[in-house]
Design a protein. Structure first.
Length: 713
């Protein structure tokens, strides 16, 4: 990625039903950013643009606007908000601290400057005070001063675009229209060449200006425009920007009369609908806006442009199809159909970003569904994300653990140290290779093993340790790694919950001292629908796992296609990950930074909401380093609380019943005091990316009620 470009961000754009927000959405997606397309109209055209996350929001004047915007930014882990319509500017400026707390950046001038631009009367006063030519203007108690015999424009004082604009040439008509137009303002009508200046003002008040003539205007929109250079116009635009203390992306409009005089009519603190011409003429308008938005210097050398470029902009067909599909798209408020949005009634749920279906369709159209170059690309991308030399894809997390145990040579007579508090699959794969589990206790604060607990369980028969990274929390066995290595004990991490989590400066899986096994099952942090991955320590281990997953066949699929035979070198299973599942994983991986922020944000929201409940202990996943997979609490009267919450429609669960107490593993039962104590107390709260702040508040409120009821009984 070039040094002057930012990594892809998730940016919420408002007003995608209108030309400015629609065009801005397109430009941002072309730059590789993910756009949350927001509008109050469920039929907003911007919702139909490919790759966007459509969100219906209230009108800016609605009392619930700010709460909805804040909730969206937290739940969807929005990096920044950009307004595409004037009405959204005042509430956004007022809620800037709230957005900042949610991690969403905003780049607007102060409230006074925004008000001076939205209020045409205030704008007229500011320009008059600074000696900047602007049309004569009357409003309020000065309307009776409107002259007769002058061509006039009657418009809303705080309107935008061509809405509510009327032309007349008689004073009495202007006064009559003023009664019909809400909070009317009357201006002298100016004739001449209409222009728009696309402007970007950096944080040091340095501005770049791109000038466009509006050659043909229909319904207030410039359908034909051309770029031009004019020093006098540019200087006046610069003076206007300084007068109102503009900042960020904005546009200035005005006229050049036949005698060359320049008059400024308005300034909008948002992008203009015709800005794509400025970009076509060479100005990196949106790219530099994004740099400034995220605190990077604006490169004004990238905002120069070529005069004499033209653009036509009128009507475009976005989509044609069945009306039911339109209803599905426009009913969306969270990137999924509103009527079926998983809420707190589900304990866990996959979260799809929209590209997964197209990725699967592409594989289906190819006719190659097995282990293909799509699977290999998924392996390469996972390895690159983790910063490791190789990664081997398999059908599930269970298959990953089984393959890792086999390649590590764990078999009959070997003992494997493993916590009892894990999904039974971890124990079943140990049994599948003929080894025996040596159950070990956990730290009740984290539900994970510790170096001390591991070493206390080591015996002469110990061949492997399988730490379970419960809930996504990394486990650092560094203090005892040398001791384990000296004894020939291999570490195989069950990181089914922990893809993306970090152990110090490195991702889980990048230590080089352990075989690490990830799960990409339906409800994992990253889903393939079903899938898993082994991170080997060496190239030899990688080759061996690839043979195991392909029934022991030594040659790859591409190699077998060019020969009449193949060689089976040893034991193997059908553990290849299909291209279909890999395609889902690739789509998910491209949005994984958003997943990380969203899951951490949800866990912290739970942490804050639970802080007021007595008798509740939150299991610490180390959210500053982990990508949380679960949100678990320890509560008294767990079974009664569980039943009460389920009866209230809250999707609580239990992860997991301890394995050393299961009949299948009774032969290896031993006393584990901490495990047995917490196993009777743990409760998994609903935790998935569809949840809203309201859902979390509902869960915590219901939990409080259930605790009171259980305590009373």
């Amino acid at each position: 990625m070039p040094g002057d470009q930012l990594a892809p961000r998730r940016i919420l754009v408002t007003g995608v039903g209108a030309n400015p927000g629609f065009g801005l959405t397109r430009s941002l997606t072309r730059l590789g950013h993910e756009v949350v397309a927001a509008d109050s109209n469920p039929l907003a055209p911007g919702f139909l643009l490919p790759g966007v996350v459509p969100q219906v929001i209230p009108l800016a004047a609605d009392p619930g606007y700010c709460d909805r915007m804040a909730e969206l930014c937290r739940r969807l882990a929005v990096d920044a908000v950009v307004a595409g319509i004037e009405n959204d500017l005042p509430p956004l400026v007022s809620m800037a601290p709230c957005l900042d707390a949610a991690g969403a950046r905003l780049w607007l001038p102060d409230a006074g400057s925004v008000s001076a631009c939205i209020d045409k009367a205030a704008f007229h006063q500011v320009l008059t005070e600074h000696g900047i030519p602007t049309p004569r203007t009357w409003w309020g108690n000065t309307l009776d001063q409107v002259p007769d015999g002058t061509e006039l424009v009657v418009k809303p004082r705080r309107g935008h675009g061509a809405q509510g604009v009327h032309y007349c040439d008689k004073r009495e008509h202007a006064l009559f229209l003023s009664e019909l137009v809400s909070d009317a303002l009357v201006q002298e009508r100016i004739y001449g060449t209409e222009f728009t200046a696309d402007c970007l003002v950096d944080r040091s008040a340095c501005a770049s200006v791109i000038l466009r003539r509006r050659n043909l205007v229909k319904a207030g929109l410039a359908t034909v425009s051309t770029t031009f250079h004019d020093t006098a116009v540019q200087d006046l635009v610069q003076a206007t920007l300084r007068a109102v203390r503009a900042e960020g992306l904005c546009c200035v409009q005005g006229f050049i009369t036949v005698d060359g005089a320049v008059t400024i009519t308005e300034l909008n603190v948002r992008v203009a609908g015709g800005f794509p011409l400025s970009e076509a003429a060479g100005a990196d308008l949106v790219g530099q806006m994004v740099r400034g938005l995220f605190g990077m210097p604006v490169d004004h050398n990238r905002l120069t442009y070529q005069a004499g470029m033209f653009l036509t902009n009128y009507v475009e067909t976005l989509a044609v199809g069945n009306a039911a599909e339109l209803e599905r798209i426009t009913a969306s408020e969270r990137g999924t159909v509103t009527a079926t949005r998983p809420d707190a009634g589900r304990n866990a749920s996959p979260y799809l970003y929209g590209e997964e279906a197209a990725a699967v369709a592409s594989v289906l159209e190819s006719g190659q569904y097995g282990h293909t170059d799509v699977t290999q690309e998924f392996e390469r991308r996972i390895a690159a994300y983790l910063g490791v030399p190789d990664a081997v894809a398999v059908t599930s997390g269970t298959a990953a653990l089984h393959s890792a145990l086999l390649v590590a040579g764990i078999g009959p007579g070997a003992e494997v140290i493993v916590p009892s508090l894990t999904f039974c699959a971890t124990i079943q794969v140990i049994r599948a290779v003929g080894a025996t589990p040596r159950f070990v206790d956990i730290d009740p604060a984290t539900l994970c093993v510790t170096p001390q607990l591991v070493m206390e369980a080591v015996s002469d028969a110990t061949a492997a340790v399988v730490p379970v990274l419960f809930g996504g929390r990394a486990i650092d066995l560094g203090p005892v790694q040398d001791a384990l290595t000296e004894r020939g004990i291999v570490v195989i991490e069950d990181a089914a919950h922990a893809f993306g989590s970090r152990n110090g400066p490195r991702h889980v899986g990048a230590s080089g001292t352990a075989l690490t096994c990830f799960s990409f099952g339906p409800i994992k942090n990253l889903t393939c629908g079903q899938g898993g991955m082994v991170i080997p320590r060496t190239g030899e281990e990688a080759d061996a796992i690839r043979r195991i997953r392909l029934l022991g066949v030594a040659q790859s699929q591409s190699e077998r296609a060019n020969t009449t035979t193949y060689r089976v070198d040893g034991f193997g299973l059908r553990y290849q990950l299909s291209a279909i599942n890999s395609a889902i994983g690739l789509a998910q991986l491209s949005r994984f930074a958003t997943t990380v922020r969203a899951r951490r944000g949800l866990w912290r929201s739970y942490r804050d909401a639970l802080s007021g409940l007595d008798g509740v202990t939150l299991i610490d996943v180390g959210a500053h380093h982990a990508v949380p997979h679960l949100c678990q609490v320890r509560v008294p009267h767990r079974d009664e609380v569980f039943s009460d919450l389920r009866a209230q429609g809250v999707g609580v669960g239990v992860h997991y019943p301890p394995n050393h107490l299961q009949p299948a593993f009774a032969a290896w039962r031993r006393t584990l005091p901490a495990t047995e104590r917490v196993a009777a107390e743990i409760l998994s709260l609903p935790f998935h990316q569809h949840l809203t702040e309201t859902d979390i508040d509902h869960v915590v409120s219901a939990l409080g009620q259930a605790l009171k009821s259980a305590g009373a009984s």
